[in-house]
Design a protein around this ligand. Sequence first.
Ligand SMILES: [Zn+2]
Length: 221
Amino acid sequence: MMGKGSMRLGELRAEVARYAKKMVASELVRAAQGNLSVRDPETGLICITPSGMDYDLVTAEDIVVIDEQGEVVEGAHRPSVETPLHTLLLRRRSDIHCVMHTHSLYATAFGVVYEPLPMVLAESALCLGGTIPIAPYQMSGTPEFAELIAETMGDANAIIWGNHGAMVVGPSLGATFSAAHALEDGAQVYTLARQLGTPVPLPPDEVTKLHAFWREHYARS
Ligand SMILES: [Zn+2]
């Protein structure tokens, strides 16, 4: 864990800070909203955004290092209030190393009408692999909420929280960031398409095929 391990953690903290800024710049969240974590597969340690800090100001040193139980290993700030959810998902799923919570607008709207989002775009099907479930509303930030989201999500790669926002998981920061945009683009295009006519979702076997291709080519980390 010393030497090479801590160097790797330093790089991961810098990457989390960089992607937190990208989340704001690309309007997945505003100011200090949302949160982001990535696990170092070698040590099992998790780098997560701090609670309540404006991402425009966040630096690598502000990113908090925690273990898989959520205990702080390194860092001067409190970790995100959604830490119980991040650690639960990362503990339960060995196929993912990154968890991202956004407030992207069109995806969030589906959680206000409580309508699961079908796969209408090839890009969304590639990254996400199936209809996006909606979790019932519950105040976030508690172990009970973490359990609710993990249960509702199952092995899906994204979920929309009722009356709140969205969450996307993936094998790496880059893949998860792309998936968060694929979710938002799918939600926006589906909304536009409904104004034009009757949207035609991709056939389920095509969605499965596209996502299998993505896992094969991009999901290694
Ligand atoms: Zn939120």
